[in-house]
Ligand binder design. Sequence first.
Ligand code: GRF
Length: 215
Amino acid sequence: MARKRVGILISGRGSNMASLIARSAQPGCAYEVACVISNRPDAKGLQTAASHGIATVALDHKALGSREALDAAIHEALLAHGCELVACAGFMRIMTGEFIGKWEGRMVNIHPSLLPLFKGVDTHERALEAGVRVHGCSVHFVSEELDGGAIIAQGVVKVEPGDDAQALAERVLTVEHQLYPAVLDVLAQGRISMRDGRTVYADDAAAQLSILQDG
Ligand code: GRF
């Protein structure tokens, strides 16, 4: 079966992107990375993608001037590279409803919290401040509500005594790197979809992607 072509959107480091690329190199992976697009030309992840021979698109949101212009340029690049799915991986711009609508049910994101808790930024600091005992990450479909789309799978880590935001972020990131490629693969296999704003799983294995970290 033809592999699904994925466009990855990043803004910075790109460690999740790298984990998605690594999975795509494994035999039997249902997707290939068609391009990596950044709204920041200096994003480190662009170099990583290029070093893997993946097409990169550097857009400058400041030069483009508006959300609409950035989204139009991203959409054009995705189409130019034949993308069928979009994976946001540390993409730090709020997207227009028009753009999101075009990719509805085909665009996913990873967020570093157990949604619907801690939408937005500084999630690890806020988790510590709130005193939660478990924290983690969520892969969800992108909807118009920021970090509010249908949840597909979550990764859970314990909050340890003495954790600071960095220590917690590192443990969550380890789980992100396991969870996101697994979810994207199953999505590309057509075993996960979105209907009426909810995630629909075609089989039990697709519904059991969430990770509970040992320890
Ligand atoms: C990750 O924690 C991701 O969940 C969040 O932003 C961070 C991006 O890190 N959306 P990286 O660029 O993937 O290394």
